[in-house]
Structure formats: structure tokens, C-alpha cells
Design a binder for this molecule. Structure first.
Ligand SMILES: C[S@@+](CC[C@H](N)C(=O)[O-])C[C@H]1O[C@@H](n2cnc3c(N)ncnc32)[C@H](O)[C@@H]1O
Length: 219
């Protein structure tokens, strides 16, 4: 008799520290036989990974990893695909659900929520933009960014390797935004090497940041 198809979960693990891992996410990961995810998401749950098949995803091998997940499910293994923060924001959830239509999505605490909480922001009054989306046209997101900042709205930006905080600052300044406009950047949120930069837009140009940064423009 055929083995029953294993369960598939897409699990948000928070921004990196286990302090932001929900009890539900932890439980599902502990009950899963196979865990797939990028290094950062795997690090967030390191202590729950012993005795499991761990698939380390990279941009290059992601389809191959998902093929392995599909095969493991076919032999009855429960699998969890991890995503940093919340899986429904800027994490390619559409592509995952297109492939695994019966997946259960487990929410996580987004880096956006952690940054907003640190600054006490009223999230419904804030524009939130990501430059990670594979489907989005960067030009459209850039124009939304400029309009939001021109309108005086606090704007949260998830940066990406080819549009880093320095590029955002240059883009806004060349779009006529005051170089002294305050900005807060949270790098490596919740991790041991967390760093918080606060200064004017032009001050960013003298600094360097990794892509693991949430930029909050206007505070
Ligand atoms: C692919 S997106 C994933 C977003 C994620 N789903 C979320 O809800 O936070 C990756 C971007 O999220 C932000 N990010 C995620 N975790 C972070 C952290 N610990 N510190 C700073 N930024 C983080 C960065 O802007 C990073 O480039």
C-alpha cells in the first residue's frame, strides 16, 4: 500500500533570535522529519534540528531542494520549509503555494513588526515596501518610495543586495528629499550583532550595511 503523503508546512521563524519563534512554529518544526531553509532561518531553530534531515537552501539550489522536499513527502515524511520573519511577506510564498497547494502556512513575527515595535510606530500610518519581490518591477516600488517620503509618511524599506541603504539614500536625495531627513536602520535585528543606526539620509552614505537591514525613513 502507498504511504500517506507527509504534511508540508511553510513556517515563519521570526527575524533570527529564538526569542521571536512562536510556540506553534517550534512545535511544528520539532514534529517535522525534514527541514528546509536558508541558513539564517535554520540558525533561528538550530536547537530543534538534531535527528532531522536538514536541507540548506541557497538561491542557486532552491528548486532542487524543493524537489527533495516533494520526494520526502511522497514517502510519508512531514516537511517544514522555513522562512525568516513572516512567510507571507516578501518570502516567495506565492511560488511555494503554487508548487505545494496543500501546504499549511504558519505565521511568524516579521522583521517589520520588530522594527516598528522598537520605534513605537503606528503601523497603519506607515508605508511598508520591499525590494525583494521577484515579480515586482523595481521602478514601480522606487516611485512608491519617493511618493511616500515626499508625502511625509514614515516609510519602512526591506533592502536587497542591489538596492542597499546607500542606494536608497542616493535615490531619495537625487529625487529632491532633504539629506537631513532622519532615518533609523536596524541591521541584524534580534541577533547577537544587532546594530541600530540613527542619523540623516546623507549620513548613511558614509556607513556600510549588510542586506539584513530594515530601513525606517522619517524617524
Ligand atoms: C526576503 S526578505 C524576508 C522578510 C521576512 N519575511 C520578514 O517578514 O521579515 C529579507 C529582508 O528582510 C529584512 N530582514 C529579515 N530579517 C532581518 C533581521 N534579522 N534584521 C534586519 N533585517 C531583516 C531585511 O530587509 C532582508 O533583506
Amino acid at each position: 500500500m502507498d504511504k500517506q503523503l507527509g504534511n508540508l508546512y511553510i513556517v515563519g521563524v521570526g527575524p533570527g533570535s529564538s526569542a521571536y519563534l512562536t510556540m506553534q512554529a517550534k512545535q511544528i518544526i520539532e514534529q517535522s522529519d525534514v527541514i528546509a531553509g536558508y541558513e539564517l532561518s535554520l540558525n533561528a531553530v538550530r536547537e530543534s534540528l538534531s535527528n532531522k534531515k536538514v536541507l540548506v537552501q541557497t538561491v542557486e539550489n532552491q528548486n532542487e531542494m524543493l524537489d527533495i522536499v516533494a520526494r520526502e513527502r511522497e514517502i510519508g515524511k512531514d516537511c517544514s520549509i522555513l522562512r525568516v520573519g513572516d512567510p507571507c511577506y516578501s518570502s516567495g510564498i506565492k511560488e511555494l503555494l503554487d508548487r505545494f497547494k496543500d501546504a499549511q502556512v504558519i505565521p511568524g513575527i516579521s522583521s517589520i513588526q520588530v522594527a516598528a515595535a522598537k520605534l513605537g510606530l503606528v503601523l497603519e500610518e506607515v508605508t511598508v515596501l520591499t525590494f525583494h519581490t521577484l515579480r515586482g518591477d523595481m521602478k514601480i516600488t522606487k516611485s512608491m518610495l519617493l511618493n511616500s517620503v515626499r508625502d511625509g509618511r514614515i516609510t519602512i524599506v526591506l533592502v536587497v543586495a542591489d538596492f542597499m541603504p546607500q542606494d536608497v539614500a542616493n535615490f531619495l536625495i537625487s529625487g529632491g528629499i532633504d539629506p537631513k531627513l532622519p532615518v533609523t536602520i536596524f541591521e541584524n535585528l534580534s541577533l547577537e550583532n544587532e546594530r541600530i543606526f540613527h542619523g540623516g539620509l546623507s549620513g548613511i552614505l558614509k556607513e556600510s550595511f549588510t542586506y539584513l537591514s530594515v530601513m525606517v525613513i522619517g524617524v
